[in-house]
Design a binder for this molecule. Sequence first.
Ligand SMILES: [Zn+2]
Length: 369
Amino acid sequence: MSHSLYGTLITPAGAVQGNLVFGQTIHSITTTSKTGPLILPGFIDTHVHGGGGGDTMDGAKGVRTLAKYHLQHGSTTLFPTTITNPWDNIISALLGVREVMREADPQLASIPGAHLEGPFISAKRLGAQPPQTQVPEADKLEELLELDVIRLVTLAPEIPQALPAARKFAKAGVRVSIGHSAASLETVQKLMQAVKAKGGVVGFTHLYNAMGVLSGREPGIIGAALSAPESFAEIILDLHHVHPTSFLAALAAKPDHLHLITDGIRACGMVTGQTELGGQTVTVKNGTARLADGTLAGSLLSLDQALKNAAALGLSIEQASQLLSAVPASYMGLKDRGMLAVGKRADLVVIDKDLSVLKVYVAGRRVNF
Ligand SMILES: [Zn+2]
């Protein structure tokens, strides 16, 4: 069955007033004189712990809940993200992600795999991760890779055995994202080279957060990220985690390799109250989620709001759309999606003039909400 939609299509060649014909994939794009809403490629979130009351650590039920919540906000592809926890909790969360992946429910966001954030991070840059970091020992890695569910791992380059772990992940096609780290520039660059030597792809986990600072004499992790144009970087554009100017500076350095994430937690959708993250109490107030000591604990962001924030900072819709779709697709090697082009998956977000989501399609199927 084929459907059609018309409006302002955000294509790789720019905005086109056009008619989009699609089934599971896009069949044709033709120009039309009819005006309609904005139509963007579906958003891709590589870093999302939870939403709508569900969390990846809850297992399959939590994954379904968060995938449904974020899909309504335009995330047609997402990577449920774990948190530092006792080993068995992490494994059972990953099994939950795998279960939902295998169900391939057409009413849910597409889930190509999980993002393992922690436990292979530095105790010095926990951010809101619980203090239960671990070393990526060979047997642990083997257990993880055997599950065949992780597509992205956050790794601190300075922890013991980080280098052999990075090589193994890279060899297995898992993206290695540097983050929750206090490593020196040299240590970071050594890991980047090791990943590249294995044919891997390097990213940076929520750029600027939980990675120290950039200064004139000490470039640190941020300097490493901004000076390596081929590396990708996630950024949380909720206007709480990162100053707008820091975001624009990163965008100037990495115009084709910076992408927006939510880092959303189960409290996404909640206005005020108490919730939890990784077993810790979190208070939701004034648009932020924080631990008792005031540390930001993930975000309440959804990617449609990130689009609005990007537009408010002066980005064109075309540019903001790239940061939400084409860049993360390229990062994760998802060649079948990320842009409005013939042959690509019909993952679509229909948006009105005030940038609110009107309709969402996953592989050509309209999502009910
Ligand atoms: Zn984090």
